[in-house]
Design a binder for this molecule. Structure first.
Ligand SMILES: [Zn+2]
Length: 234
């Protein structure tokens, strides 16, 4: 038996054993619904921002880092569907949510964006210890799906996180920035030279993480950076 057949069987067994609920509202899903019920799908707060015209996410980065353009798929709020989605994705082992969101966003970008050719889609990396603990980078499948729809390649080796930092939610933007200097590193300068990159993360809050990662990429000559996230706090 092939590995994928086996994993499909395991998936099917899981589906039978676990109650299948919506990741947005925790209600039971009906037949034909996957990940999210129809009601939540219709209520998802899509930003409808594009890579074509200026939007509030671009303004987060003004004067901080020379990126080309930023975009986010959803609005993040402290309650509700998007918060539940991200929570399941990051803390409940529901890696496939990233795939679901990336597939949806990727289709939209494919149809509505004047993005130039993207050489690499790069997910914001986790430190290897954190990666081991969680078992996956919650942004990887999202990045992979975007790469698929944009005819690009996802690369999660080019940018790595070199220091493990504790949760930063209680720190100010400035102290976070000081703590975070050169936490990220480019592993292959030559491969990045003159390339156009789509840098991807789960949620943009202050933009500090994206700023640090983009700064490392921009140190490589000739690089152009676009930014995308699953959700943005406004
Ligand atoms: Zn729902």
């Amino acid at each position: 038996m092939t590995r994928s057949k086996l994993s499909k069987i395991i998936n099917d067994i899981n589906t039978l054993l676990l109650p299948v609920v919506c990741f947005g509202c925790n209600e039971q899903l009906y037949r034909g619904e996957k990940h999210m019920c129809t009601v939540c799908r219709h209520q998802l707060p899509l930003t409808e921002y594009t890579f074509n015209v200026e939007n509030p996410i671009d303004r987060i980065f003004y004067g901080r880092i020379n990126i080309k353009k930023a975009n986010s798929f959803l609005f993040f709020t402290n309650h509700g569907i998007v918060k539940n989605l991200i929570h399941h994705l990051k803390y409940k082992g529901q890696e496939q949510i990233g795939e679901f969101l990336g597939d949806w966003f990727g289709l939209i970008l494919k149809e509505n964006s004047n993005l130039p050719a993207i050489h690499y889609v790069i997910p914001v990396p986790l430190h290897r210890k954190k990666l081991r603990k969680r078992g996956y980078n919650q942004t990887s499948l999202f990045a992979q799906q975007l790469a698929f729809h944009l005819n690009s390649r996802c690369n999660n080796q080019l940018l790595i996180k070199t220091a493990n930092t504790k949760t930063q939610t209680k720190k100010t933007r400035l102290s976070r920035w000081y703590d975070n200097r050169s936490l990220y590193e480019i592993t292959n300068q030559d491969l990045l030279k003159n390339k156009t990159i789509l840098l991807v993360d789960d949620v943009i809050t202050t933009g500090a993480t994206m700023e640090l990662c983009a700064t490392e990429i921009k140190k490589v000559p000739g690089t152009t950076v676009f930014i995308a996230s699953m959700a943005v706090v406004v």
